[in-house]
Design a binder for this molecule. Structure first.
Ligand code: WT7
Length: 635
C-alpha cells in the first residue's frame, strides 16, 4: 500500500494508525517515494520540544525548485504549471508551462545573483498576484536566498518593520497593482518604507500598470531589461534539508510581527503530501486557490504543494466582486476548475448577492471545494454546498496556521464524511491533544479544550527569525512538551474536531490574522488618545470585526468624535493596512482593569458582542463602575 494517496476511509484509518505508531518510518516512506533528493538523509527526525529544536531529514540535500519544476520536465514539460488570470477579464490570460516556468525562474535567479544576492540572504517580495511573484519566490529558492513575501495590502510602515526585522538586502516590487476598478501605487509605498530601511541595497521593479514612478539612482532597477539579458539556465543551489526556505510574518500578542521560519525538506514533503490528499489532485485537473501568495495559504497551496505534484495551479490577480459578483464562478467555468479553495469570508460576501451570479455559470467541473482561514459557519457551509457544489462536491474545511506550514485537520474528500463546521479528522502524522486549564490532557470524546499538537510534523516552523526565545514562549511554554496552537477546539462523540476560535489576543477578520496589540499601538499614536483596547465581535461577512474602546486625553475630549474616529482609522491604515480598520469606536472614560493592571478583555468582548446577560466575575476589577458606563454607551 502506498502511503501517498488515500482513497477511502478505511485506508485513511490504516494510514493514520501507521503514521502515529511509527511516524519516522511513515514520513520516510513518503519522502522516498516521491521526491528528488540530491542526497538522502542520515536521520529522519530529531526533536526536543523543550529547547525547542526540530529537524526533519537531517543530512539530506535537495533543491525544492528541482522538485517543483525540473523533475516534471521530461514527462510534463509542455503541461501548464501556472495559469494567470488577470484582474480585468478583458485582458488575455497566460499559460505558463513547466518548461516556460523553468526558463523564467532560471532567468530571474540569474538576475538575483547578478545583483549580488547569495545563499542565505533575505529578499523581500512585495508584489501583486502576477506571474513575477511566483517566479521571484521560486528564483529565491533556486539560489538558496530566503524569501520574505509581504502581502501587497500592507502599509509602508508594516512593510518597513518586516524588511528591517529580517535585514532584507533587496526588495522586489512593481510600479503598481490593479485591484478591481482601482490601482494601487505599490512603488510609492516601497519608497516610503525604504526611508526607514538602510539594509536595502537594490529594488527590482516589475512593470504592471505603466504608471509614472520615481526611480532612485543606483538603487532601483527595472526588472524586464535585466531578465532579457539573463541566461536562461541557472543550476539549483544544493540545500540542506534544514536550511531555511522562507520567512513569513504573522501577527502576535505584541506589536512586533513574528517572522516564522520554514525549512526546506520537511516543508516540501508535507505540503506536497497534504495537497495531493486534501484535494485528491489528478494529473489532468485544474486547481485554483483564491488566496494571495502573500499569505501562507498561497505559499503552500498555490505554489509549493501543487507544483511539487506537477499540478496546474491558477493565479488570479483580481477580487471576487469585479467586474461583478460572478467573477469567481466565471473563472471556474472558463477553466473548468476541478478543485476550488477559498475563505469563508469570500463565501459569505458572495452569498449576500443575487443567486443569478452563481447560476449563470456552469460549475459542473468542481470535484472538491476547500475552506480555510477561520471557522466556516453553518449557513455559509450550506450555501457553498448547495449553490456552488450542487451537493456533489465535498467541502474540505481545512484547519491550519502560518506556523504549521500545511493543513493539519481536514476531511479527505470522498473518504471522510463531512459535517458542517467540523474540520473533522487529523491528517496522517498529526497528533492533536485537547488540554484543560490545569495543563492536563483531556482524553476521550465529547470534550473541549485548548488545541495542542503532541508530536512534530515535517512542516512545523522551526523558529521565529531572530527571536528563538519568543518562539519557545509563544508555542511551547503554555503546555509542557506540546505545541500550543492558540485555538480552542472540541472533539465530538466520534472524534471529529471542531475549531471554536482563538483563545488568545489574536482576532481573525476576513480570514486575516490580526493581533490586538499592534492595532492598539497604532491607535495610541493619535495625539488625542490616552489608551485603547481592541476586541473582536461577530460580523456576518467578515466573521469578526474590530471594536475599539478609546480613552481620550483631556485635549481630545472637546473634539468632534466622528472626525476623531476617521483619524484613528487613518492611523491604523498607515501603520498596518486597511484590513485592520475598526468598525466601531467607543470613547470611554476608563477600561475595566484587574488589580494587576491588565485590561479585562473578556468583559469588553461581551459588551461588543451585545452579550451582556452574564458578564462573569467582575469582583476582581479595580474599577467595576466603569463597566456600567461602557454598557450604557455601547455602540
Ligand atoms: C488561524 C491561523 C492557515 C491559513 C490561513 C490562516 C484560524 C484557519 C481555520 C479553519 C477554523 C481556522 C485559526 C488559526 N483558522 N483555518 N478551517 N477553521 N479556524 O493562517 O493567518 O496563520 O491563521 O486561523 O484560528 O489558528 P493564519
Amino acid at each position: 500500500m502506498s502511503n501517498y494517496h488515500i482513497k477511502h476511509l478505511e485506508e485513511y484509518f490504516q494510514i493514520y494508525r501507521k503514521s502515529v505508531r511509527d511516524p519516522e518510518n511513515f514520513w520516510e516512506e513518503v519522502a522516498e517515494e516521491h521526491f528528488m533528493w540530491r542526497k538522502k538523509w542520515d536521520k529522519v527526525l530529531s526533536w526536543d520540544f523543550t529547547k525547542p529544536e526540530i529537524k526533519w531529514f537531517e543530512g539530506a540535500k535537495l533543491n525544492i525548485t528541482e522538485n517543483c519544476i525540473d523533475r516534471h520536465l521530461p514527462t510534463h514539460g509542455n503541461k501548464t504549471a501556472i495559469i494567470f488570470e488577470p484582474n480585468d477579464p478583458e485582458e488575455k490570460e497566460q499559460y505558463i508551462t513547466f518548461k516556460d516556468l523553468h526558463e523564467r525562474v532560471c532567468k530571474m535567479a540569474n538576475v538575483l545573483k547578478d545583483q549580488g544576492v547569495k545563499k542565505g540572504d533575505r529578499v523581500c517580495i512585495y508584489l501583486p498576484m502576477i506571474p513575477e511573484l511566483a517566479v521571484s519566490v521560486l528564483a529565491c529558492a533556486r539560489i538558496g536566498a530566503i524569501h520574505s513575501v509581504v502581502f501587497a495590502g500592507f502599509s509602508s510602515s508594516a512593510l518597513a518593520t518586516r524588511i528591517n526585522d529580517s535585514n532584507c538586502k533587496m526588495v522586489i516590487t512593481s510600479d503598481g497593482s490593479y485591484r478591481g476598478s482601482k490601482t494601487i501605487d505599490l512603488k510609492g509605498i516601497v519608497d516610503e518604507s525604504l526611508e526607514k530601511c538602510p539594509c536595502v541595497e537594490t529594488v527590482l521593479v516589475a512593470k504592471r500598470i505603466n504608471s509614472e514612478i520615481n526611480m532612485t539612482q543606483n538603487r532601483d532597477k527595472w526588472l524586464q531589461p535585466l531578465l532579457d539579458a539573463a541566461n536562461d539556465y541557472c543550476p539549483a543551489e544544493i540545500m540542506d534539508s534544514e536550511d531555511p526556505l522562507f520567512i513569513l510574518y504573522t501577527s502576535g500578542s505584541t506589536g512586533m510581527p513574528k517572522g516564522m521560519v520554514h525549512s526546506t525538506g520537511g516543508y516540501m514533503v508535507y505540503t506536497a503530501y497534504t495537497f495531493k490528499n486534501v484535494f485528491q489532485y489528478k494529473d489532468e485537473d485544474i486547481y485554483w486557490c483564491t488566496a494571495d501568495i502573500g499569505w501562507i495559504t498561497g505559499h503552500s497551496y498555490i505554489l509549493y504543494g501543487p507544483l511539487a505534484n506537477g499540478a496546474t495551479t491558477l493565479m488570479f490577480e483580481g477580487v471576487p466582486s469585479y467586474p461583478d459578483f460572478g467573477r469567481f464562478w466565471q473563472i471556474v467555468e472558463k477553466y473548468k476548475v476541478n478543485q476550488f479553495y477559498t475563505a469563508p469570508t469570500a463565501i459569505r460576501a458572495l452569498a449576500k448577492e443575487n443567486l443569478e451570479y452563481v447560476e449563470k455559470y456552469d460549475l459542473s467541473s468542481l470535484k472538491v471545494m476547500g475552506s480555510v482561514g477561520e471557522p466556516i459557519n453553518e449557513e455559509a457551509w450550506h450555501w457553498y454546498n448547495i449553490n456552488v457544489g450542487k451537493k456533489k462536491s465535498p467541502i474540505v474545511d481545512t484547519w491550519w496556521q502560518t506556523e504549521t506550514g500545511g493543513i493539519m485537520i481536514s476531511p479527505i474528500p470522498y473518504a471522510t464524511p463531512t459535517i458542517p463546521t467540523y474540520a473533522s479528522l487529523p491528517l496522517p502524522g498529526i497528533q492533536p491533544a485537547l488540554m484543560d486549564e490545569n495543563g492536563q490532557e483531556i482524553k476521550g470524546n465529547q470534550v473541549d479544550g485548548r488545541l495542542c499538537i503532541k508530536f512534530p510534523w515535517p512542516s512545523i516552523a522551526r523558529t521565529i527569525w531572530g527571536n528563538h526565545q519568543r518562539y519557545k514562549d509563544t508555542y511551547f511554554s503554555a503546555f509542557e512538551n506540546k505545541y500550543f496552537t492558540g485555538d480552542g477546539a472540541l472533539r465530538d462523540e466520534v472524534g471529529y474536531y471542531r475549531i471554536t476560535g482563538r483563545v488568545d489576543d489574536v482576532i481573525i477578520v476576513s480570514g486575516h490574522n490580526l493581533g490586538t496589540a499592534p492595532i492598539e499601538d497604532a491607535v495610541n499614536e493619535h495625539p488625542a488618545v490616552a489608551e485603547s483596547a481592541i476586541v473582536g465581535f461577530p460580523h456576518d461577512v467578515k466573521g469578526n470585526a474590530l471594536y475599539g474602546y478609546v480613552i481620550l486625553k483631556e485635549t481630545g475630549e472637546t473634539r468632534n468624535q466622528d472626525n476623531l474616529r476617521k483619524e484613528i482609522n487613518q492611523i491604523i491604515t498607515e501603520h498596518i493596512g486597511p484590513i485592520a480598520k475598526l468598525d466601531k469606536i467607543q470613547f470611554t472614560s476608563g477600561l475595566p482593569k484587574t488589580r494587576s493592571g491588565k485590561i479585562m478583555r473578556r468583559i469588553l468582548r461581551k459588551i461588543a458582542s451585545k452579550d451582556t446577560g452574564n458578564l462573569g466575575d467582575t469582583s476582581t476589577l479595580l474599577n467595576p463602575e466603569v463597566v456600567k458606563e461602557i454598557m450604557d454607551n455601547a455602540l
